[in-house]
Design a protein around this ligand. Sequence first.
Ligand SMILES: [Zn+2]
Ligand SMILES: [Zn+2]
Length: 865
Amino acid sequence: MVSSDQLPKNYDFAEVEERWRGTWRDEDHYFDRNSEKPQFVIDTPPPYPTGNFHIGNALNWCYIDFFARYKRMKGFNVMFPQGWDCHGLPTEVKVEELNHITKNDVSREEFRRMCRELTEKNITQMRLTLRKMAFSTDWSNEYITMKPDYYGKTQLSFLRMLKNGYIYQSEHPVNYCSRCETAIAFAEVAYEDRETQLNYFDFGGVEIATTRPELLAACVALAVHPEDDRYHSLKGRKMKVPIFGHEVPVIQDTAVDPAFGSGAVMICTFGDKQDVHWWKQHNLALRKAIDRQGKMTEIADAYHGMTAAECRTAILADMKFLHILNRQEKLAQRVGTCWRCKTPIEILSERQWFVRIRPDEIQKAAHQITWYPEHMLRRMENWIEQMEWDWCISRQRIFATPIPVWFCIKCGEMITPDEKDLPVDPTLVQPDHACPKCGGNEFTGEADVLDTWMDSSISVLKVTGWDGKGAPPFFPAQIRPQGHDIIRTWAFYTILRSVALTGQKPWDEILVNGMVLGEDGFKMSKSRGNIIVPEEILVKYGADALRQWAAMGAATGSDIMFSWNDVVAASRFQTKMWNIARFVLIQLEKEGFDKNVPVTALADRWLLVQLSDTIQAVSDAMECYQFDVALKAIREFAWDTLADNYIELAKGRLYTGNESRKSALLVLSAALDSLCRMLAPFTPYFAEECYTNLNKGVSVHTQPWVSFTYDDEAARNEGNLLVQVVAGVRKYKHDSGLALNAPLGRVTIYAPHTINDEGDTGRTLNADVHWRTDAAQLERAITDISFNRAVIGPAFRKQAQAFMAAVRALSPDQLENPPKTIFLEGNEVEIPENAFTPKFSYIEEGAKVDVITVGDVIVTIVKSA
Ligand SMILES: [Zn+2]
Ligand SMILES: [Zn+2]
């Protein structure tokens, strides 16, 4: 420990941050399973291990760390786990790219091994960033979804939900990406505006408009509105599909818009969601014209084997040839595309696995959770309300949790593994018993795998210790922090799964953060070149500055624009705060610190009132996750109240060595101590560095949250006056061209009551200051007149001089309340508005004084000669 006057003048964030990173111990952040303290379990998002912890993650994690540290200081047993959500398409695609292979070039096992290897490498890299950012992660509760102990739990949850009727398999239309060759859930469909062609063609005498002529082979009905008179004759008839020749019924449905096109539409399996709806409602046939690779099937006759796009071109050409293509129009359209590769999705009917969605259950649980900010609940409600299909959870991919199910080859019976044998890969191992139905011994393992959200939606069950038996010991968690972009996926699926597996809500609270936009206000993207990488900020300004940006950038839940200026401001605050800390530490090390002396001086009491108010405001904001409000209050107190006002006032007293110096020392020490503790969640390195110098060797991160209160109404009011008077006189000095420390002379303050400032005002202003409670006895005299030539010139022209002379001749009374007219060379003329202002001087006890007012308080100043 160095002596305080040897503390470096400049705060070297790089040196300090690295030093503390090497000192802090992981164990200090472990959740204690045997603790008596109230628990605070965080359902941290498991990021996708891309290798780069991006700025959006950084924002989210900053929020988490702010409240994790705060809650620890408030006496909670905090669990801040870290998970990694490994499975999924992006890693598969990356592995294919890096190794110049496709997934079919190697065995499934080999491909999985390559995916695991890449993921491990990426996780290692991202852990490093988490540590640099000073997140107080509980590394004893780290989980990795591709590891057997995690995906075994995913499989367990699958089996439990299969048993209790939440999971079923069936052939049902699903969203399908033919490039990725997998089914995807509705939540993974991205929508894009595209321009397409609307084709009008003749369908046996009825004009049909379609954007998907390639689906003609899959046409299963024509639909018209029941009240559309044009089509009465078609009622109950069958129509022959052009080119293909199969017959389809004409159905009537009020959902058909008679005003669109010809008012008749063709229903195909499946062009869109509406087709699925009609297909179900009218019990129509199923014709699959497109297969999983996006190629035309056998029912497409001559077009068999073509891609959908090739088929479209060919059919349109054939329609032209047959003279049944009437016309084509451009049409703007919203197309559903694959979230990953942007290929337009197809709706295919496939045997898939589904999770049953029971909207009422989810609504109920969602309403038992407190949402921050509150309006995010509305987004969840909307999503639940528009749920039409169950959640398709099977994927036709490789790097994912296997679906733990076999089918008996002889009788088709479904066989599930014993829970004790989990995890299993049914494509690699066989059941250890014969088929219970037919005694058969041959089985096919399910080759489909699970949607990644099936892994991540049990994160909260995993960290709270779920073993399959109802609600786990630390369930529900206290909070789920996450971005608003995954409300309809991660939040939705987690609530669904918690209710299905435990009958309860997963968390007490959910805190939703916004997205980080580039400095140009746009979403960060490679093509815009506006991506900011956390590592770059860490190198230039350090973790504490980046963390301050995260806190201050916007209200919790709002999108936040990245701004280098904010980071620079954060770093400036650290410089300022370091200067304050050094000043205080140096003072404290000098003689006289005694924590048992009474706080006497007005300025000292006033500062304690301000400190108490600040602590209250910051604590209130922390309780409802308003980090911007909290940090703003801390900065204002440190910068304005403490540094600019208080220290300026008390500095002189500190140097006098008076008895009341002790009172000031006590106050400074209390303020620095409190500031360090309040800053600890936001700037853990900086707060530690200051605090350890204040309380030799003690870590601020082991300290309780500051609970100091101080109530003194008189000190608040009189202190405010004191501060305002000093500010007023300093402004006067500045306006008069005086240096702030220049001697001023005699200053008399006419305050409403006696104020004992212990000489602070006088020393601060470098003046002979007198506080008085009587009324100021001032005589006012007009000593000069200031003429407004811009008014007088044009109004009087050559008579301007004469006008001014006439004004000067007015009595003081008349100058103060000017008449409307004045005599000028014998003529009565009007006095224009704003022609002149009298300048007053004041005489106090025979001497000329300058007067300023601070609120209702009069201050007179006699400048020294
Ligand atoms: Zn795709
Ligand atoms: Zn069997």
